[in-house]
Design a protein around this ligand. Structure first.
Ligand SMILES: Cc1ncccc1-c1cc(O)c2nc[nH]c(=O)c2c1
Ligand SMILES: [Mg+2]
Length: 217
C-alpha cells in the first residue's frame, strides 16, 4: 500500500473538500469514513455535543489532547470567536503532520496550533511557554490511561477557572479507567454523561462526559 490510512484520508480531503471551508472539510471527512475507511474522529453525535458546548461556552482558550487528523480541532475552531484559539497536542508525528495539512485545508491555521509533543510536557509549559492564563475548554481524546494523569496536571497548574468545561471522549469504548471515578467523585466538577453512538457505527454505543469546573481557581 505504501500509504497510511491517515494519508489516504488527507488525499481524499484534498481532492474532494473546498479549500478554506471548514464545514466542507468535516462533511468530506465524514463521507470518507462512511464510504472508504473508518477513522477515530469525534464525529456525528459526539461532534454535535462538542458543537453545542463551544457555541454555548464561547471559549477563548481551548486545549485538545489527541489531535489525530485534526477533525475535532476543525470542528471546535470553526465555531470560535475571532480572537479565540485552540492548542491541540498530538504525540504521533505522522498524525500531527496530517493534522497540520487538514487545518490548513480548512483555513484555520491562525486559530489552531498543532503541537507534536507529549501532552504532559506541554501542559507543564502552557503558562510560561504558550502564553496561556486559563483554559476555558479542555477536550480529552488521546489515550484513555492519560486522561486522569493530564487532568490532575491541569489542576496542579491551576489552568481551570469556574465554568471551565472538560469534555472527554470514549469513556465507554475503549473506556477511561479511573478517569470517570475521579472526575465524578471530585467536588470540583459537575459532570454529565451522554450516551452516544460510536463514531460512524450505528450499532455500537459509546459515551462522552462533560464536566464543568466549579472548584477553587
Ligand atoms: C481505534 C478504536 N478501535 C476500537 C475501539 C475504539 C477505538 C478508539 C476510538 C476513539 O474515538 C479514540 N479516540 C482517541 N484515542 C483513541 O485511541 C481512540 C480509539
Ligand atoms: Mg475519541
Amino acid at each position: 500500500k505504501g500509504t497510511t490510512r491517515e494519508q489516504r484520508a488527507l488525499k481524499y480531503l484534498k481532492e474532494h473538500a473546498r479549500q478554506g471551508d471548514p464545514d466542507s472539510v468535516l462533511e468530506t471527512f465524514d463521507e470518507f469514513c462512511r464510504t472508504q475507511e473508518w477513522a477515530m474522529n469525534a464525529a456525528e453525535e459526539k461532534g454535535d455535543i462538542l458543537d453545542e458546548i463551544v457555541r454555548e461556552l464561547q471559549p477563548t482558550t481551548c486545549l485538545e489532547l489527541g489531535t489525530y487528523c485534526g477533525y475535532s480541532a476543525v470542528r471546535i475552531a470553526r465555531n470560535l470567536s475571532p480572537s479565540a484559539r485552540l492548542i491541540t497536542i498530538e504525540v504521533n508525528p505522522d498524525y500531527a503532520a496530517v493534522a497540520r495539512e487538514v487545518v490548513k485545508l480548512a483555513g484555520l491555521q491562525d486559530k489552531i496550533e498543532v503541537i507534536n509533543l507529549d501532552s504532559a510536557d506541554v501542559i507543564r509549559e502552557l503558562k510560561t511557554k504558550y502564553d496561556v492564563t486559563k483554559l476555558d475548554l479542555v477536550f480529552l481524546d488521546h489515550w484513555k490511561y492519560l486522561y486522569i494523569r493530564d487532568i490532575k496536571l491541569i489542576e496542579e497548574e491551576k489552568l481551570l477557572k469556574k465554568g471551565s468545561v472538560v469534555f472527554a471522549d470514549n469513556v465507554i469504548i475503549p473506556g477511561a479507567p479511573g478517569y470517570l471515578e475521579y472526575i465524578r467523585g471530585s467536588k470540583n466538577y459537575k459532570s454529565t454523561f451522554y450516551s452516544v453512538h460510536f463514531e460512524y457505527m450505528d450499532d455500537m454505543k459509546d459515551g462522552v462526559e462533560k464536566s464543568v469546573y466549579i472548584g477553587d481557581e
